[in-house]
Ligand binder design. Structure first.
Ligand code: GLY
Ligand code: MN
Ligand code: MN
Length: 431
């Protein structure tokens, strides 16, 4: 059976040397406390290459002398009792019949069978260092494979992370459709939240509202723990406490995006809790917005990831000079990195099955050029804590604006622009 996952496995196989193997472990169930499990989330590489959503499964690809790719899966075995408690299992037969693997076995047989499968291959690719258990297992399987035949050739270990990551970096048509849907759900949730928020509400009430809006539209899970940060909490970059009251006159920074069919969206908007920006908030906001818009314009095939980074740094540096927050010339202050006191993170990251998606940022020793099918976030910010050495009017303002940008042959497409970032449009929406 041909399917999108089999195509991806073939593509990966074509990039690897003949007589090599690939081992990709699926995720195991994680527990929050005692035997209370989190909802299962498949490993991203495993999902990309299989679309198979059962825990404790492993994919093995064998690439032979003629570069044919054989796909072998180790999956949970059929178990009538376990299926009463936890639901349907495909079992090895179902895995072959319904999921397009060439062969499948019970996962309990992996230690016995995998060394036999690997014997005679020259190299095993797997994501090195991602899991100590897998590191140890791969070494054991190779050792056993070698011990089966004294005269066999050595089996080298090689890291599969970049190979799979760079394949994942260019999204195919199916992935782009799914990501558009994830982005639209999240954008609509932000629009609804702008209309919903009121002074006195708790951050976690607003967080719950986002979760409800995601789920209602088919994105049951947030792609990452939402940041709902009122006032100065926005200056804590990874604020996930989300437990304080939202105050009249403050902004709220919300970094929240849903996962749809295991693909992430990642949107930040910063908006006034009472619906009206103050003059000081607006002044900082306009700088961040200009930085964001100019950085988005730079996400095109002739540019690399550092181009939009530098644009954002320069616009923010100039903006902070214009507001009297930094003193000196733009070029000099950019050179010394003075902006880093207020803009201390990077402009963005790849987006896909992981929020901080797989894929390199350097290619052949140079910054990675944008290519059609890549999706990146663009998310500059300015964060001025109450301890900063600035006039009081600026203290406690933290603003980030984040959109998800698809690189196209002709330019780019903002997948999250359904939610306004223009301050006049935000105020109109909230009125
Ligand atoms: N939400 C995570 C990030 O913006 O990178
Ligand atoms: Mn984000
Ligand atoms: Mn992000």
């Amino acid at each position: 059976m041909k399917n999108r996952y089999a195509d991806r496995r073939s593509k990966l196989g074509a990039m690897l040397p003949k007589n090599s193997a690939v081992v990709i472990a699926g995720a195991a169930v994680q527990y929050r406390n005692a035997d209370s499990s989190h909802a299962f989330r498949q490993d991203s590489n495993f999902w990309y290459l299989t679309g198979f959503n059962e825990p404790e499964s492993t994919l093995v690809l064998l690439i032979n002398e003629s570069k044919d790719v054989q796909s072998i899966a180790f999956v949970p075995k059929k178990d009538a009792l376990k299926e009463i408690w936890d639901g349907y299992r495909a079992g090895p037969n179902g895995a072959v019949k319904d999921h397009g693997f060439d062969l499948a076995f019970d996962n309990t047989e992996i230690d016995e069978r995998l060394p036999d499968l690997l014997a005679g291959y020259n190299q095993v690719f797997y994501p090195v260092g991602k899991s100590q258990k897998l590191d140890a297992d791969v070494i054991d399987w190779i050792k056993t494979a070698r011990s089966k035949d004294r005269h066999s050739s050595p089996i080298d270990i090689a890291d599969a992370s970049s190979k799979i990551g760079n394949e994942r970096l260019i999204k195919d048509k199916d992935e782009i459709e799914i990501m558009k849907k994830a982005c639209q759900i999240s954008a609509e949730a932000h629009v609804e939240a702008m209309k919903f928020v009121k002074p006195g509400m708790n951050e976690q009430e607003l967080e719950a509202f986002y979760q409800y809006q995601f789920s209602k539209r088919g994105g049951r899970f947030a792609a990452y723990t939402p940041i709902v940060a009122g006032g100065e909490n926005a200056c804590v970059l990874h604020y996930v406490e989300n437990s304080k009251a939202l105050k009249d006159g403050d902004l709220v920074l919300v970094d929240a995006g849903c996962e749809f069919e295991l693909y992430a969206s990642d949107i930040t908007r910063t908006y006034p809790i009472n619906g009206k920006f103050t003059a000081a908030q607006l002044a900082i906001y306009e700088v961040v917005l200009e930085a964001q818009q100019k950085s988005i314009e730079a996400v095109t095939v002739n540019n690399n990831v550092m181009d939009s980074q530098i644009i954002s740094e320069k616009v923010i540096t100039q903006g902070l000079i214009d507001l009297g927050i930094l003193n000196g010339s733009m070029e000099e202050l950019h050179e010394t990195g003075a902006f880093k006191d207020f803009y201390m993170h990077k402009i963005g990251h790849w987006l896909g099955i992981d929020v901080h998606d797989a894929g390199d940022y350097i290619e052949d020793g140079e910054y990675m050029k944008f290519k059609p099918g890549m999706v990146t976030t663009v998310e500059p910010g300015i964060y001025i804590s109450s301890t900063a050495n600035v006039k009081d009017q600026w203290k406690g303002i933290g603003i980030r604006i984040e959109d998800n940008i698809l690189v196209t042959a002709k330019g780019n497409q903002n997948l999250t622009d359904f939610v306004p970032s223009n301050p006049k449009e935000i105020e109109a929406l909230m009125a």
